[in-house]
Design a protein around this ligand. Structure first.
Ligand code: GRG
Length: 297
C-alpha cells in the first residue's frame, strides 16, 4: 500500500463521512432552526477528521461493517466537535477562530454555543444506542460506556479541568502527561477501540490496539504543542501561539521544541511496535500514525 493509496483513502473517507454527518445532524429547516443551523456550522465543512479516520482504519483491521463504523466514528466526532465549541467559549479558552471560521459563540452567541455542545453530546449517545453496532448487545453497551468514560470527568472533561487549573503553573512531565492522556488521548483511544469493536479481534489484539491508541493519542498532543509554536494561524485554522499567551504548561515549555519533537518520534516508534503482529492489515493505522506525528497543521 503506497502513500498515494493512503491519500486517496483519506480523501474518500473524508468525503463520504461528510455526507454521513450531514445526514445524521438535524436539518437546519427543522425547529429549533437556529440551534440546528449552529450544530451543522460547528460540525460540517472543517477539521481533519483524524478520530473518524482512526476508527475506519481500526474497523478495517477488525473486519467490521463500514456502515456500523460510520455511526461509531460519527459519535466520536460529535463529542470532539462539542468539546471544541465549549473550549472556545469566553469562560474557557476564549477564541474567535476554529477550523478557519469564526467560533460558534462568535458566529451565533454564547447561549447557542453552550446548547450546541450539549446537543452534540446527546446526539452522539443517541447514535451509539439506537444504531446496531454489534451483534452482541452486551458489547454494544460496552461501547456506549467506553465513550461515556472517555469523554467524562475521568476522560476528556477531566483533562480539561486539569488544564484550566494548570494555567500559570509549572507542571512536571508526568503531570502534563496525565493531563493530556485525559484531555486529548482518551477520545483518540476511544475512536480506535470503537472502530475495532464494530468488528472482531481477540483480547491480545485489542490490548495491542489499546496501547497503540494511548501512545498515538499522546503523540497527537505533543505535536499539537509543537505546531502551536511553529505554525501560523492561517495554516492551523485556529489562533497560533495561544499556549504561550495563556501561560499554559506544554511539552514545548517543558522540553523545548527539539525535545518535544524527539518525544513525539519516540511515541510514534513505540506505537508502531504495537502493530507489528498485525502485518499488512494495520497499514492504515501506521500511515495515520505518520500523519499524526509528521503533519504540518
Ligand atoms: C470543553 C469538555 C471540554 C473539553 C475540551 C479537546 C479539548 C478539551 C479542547 C480543545 C483544545 C485543544 C487545542 C486541545 C488539544 C488538541 C486538540 C484536541 C486539538 C484539536 O483537534 P484536531 O486538531 O481538530 O483534531 P480538527 O479541527 O482537525 O478536528
Amino acid at each position: 500500500m503506497s502513500k498515494i493509496d493512503f491519500q486517496g483513502w483519506v480523501a474518500h473517507q473524508q468525503t463520504q463521512f461528510e455526507g454521513v454527518l450531514g445526514q445524521l445532524l438535524p436539518s437546519a429547516e427543522i425547529a429549533p432552526q437556529r440551534l440546528h443551523e449552529a450544530m451543522r456550522y460547528s460540525v460540517l465543512d472543517g477539521g481533519k477528521r483524524v478520530r473518524p479516520l482512526l476508527a475506519f482504519a481500526a474497523g478495517e483491521l477488525s473486519g467490521a461493517d463500514s456502515a456500523r463504523v460510520n455511526f461509531a466514528a460519527a459519535a466520536v466526532e460529535l463529542i470532539h466537535a462539542y468539546s471544541l465549541v465549549h473550549d472556545d467559549m469566553p469562560c474557557m479558552d476564549d477564541d474567535v477562530l476554529r477550523r478557519g471560521k469564526p467560533t460558534c459563540h462568535v458566529a451565533y452567541d454564547e447561549a447557542t454555543a453552550l446548547l450546541v455542545g450539549d446537543a452534540l453530546q446527546s446526539l452522539a449517545f443517541q447514535l451509539l444506542s439506537e444504531q446496531r453496532l454489534s451483534d452482541d448487545a452486551e458489547r454494544q453497551l460496552e461501547m456506549v460506556k467506553l465513550l461515556a468514560v472517555a469523554s467524562g470527568s475521568r476522560g476528556m472533561a477531566g483533562g480539561q479541568a486539569i488544564d484550566l487549573a494548570s494555567v500559570g503553573k509549572q507542571l512536571t512531565l508526568p503531570e502534563l502527561e496525565q493531563m493530556h492522556i485525559h484531555k486529548t488521548g482518551a477520545l483518540i483511544r476511544a475512536a480506535i477501540l470503537l472502530g475495532a469493536y464494530c468488528g472482531q479481534l481477540d483480547q491480545p489484539q485489542m490490548a495491542k490496539l489499546d496501547r497503540y491508541g494511548k501512545l498515538i493519542g499522546l503523540a497527537f498532543q505533543v505535536v499539537d504543542d509543537v505546531l502551536d509554536c511553529e505554525a501560523d494561524t492561517a495554516t492551523l485554522g485556529k489562533t497560533a501561539g495561544k499556549d504561550a499567551d495563556n501561560d499554559k504548561p506544554t511539552y514545548v515549555s517543558l522540553l523545548g521544541l527539539v525535545g518535544a519533537r524527539e518525544m513525539a518520534q519516540r511515541l510514534h516508534a513505540e506505537a508502531l511496535e504495537n502493530l507489528a503482529d498485525f502485518g499488512d492489515s494495520a497499514q492504515r493505522l501506521r500511515d495515520l500514525a505518520d500523519f499524526i506525528v509528521f503533519r504540518k497543521f
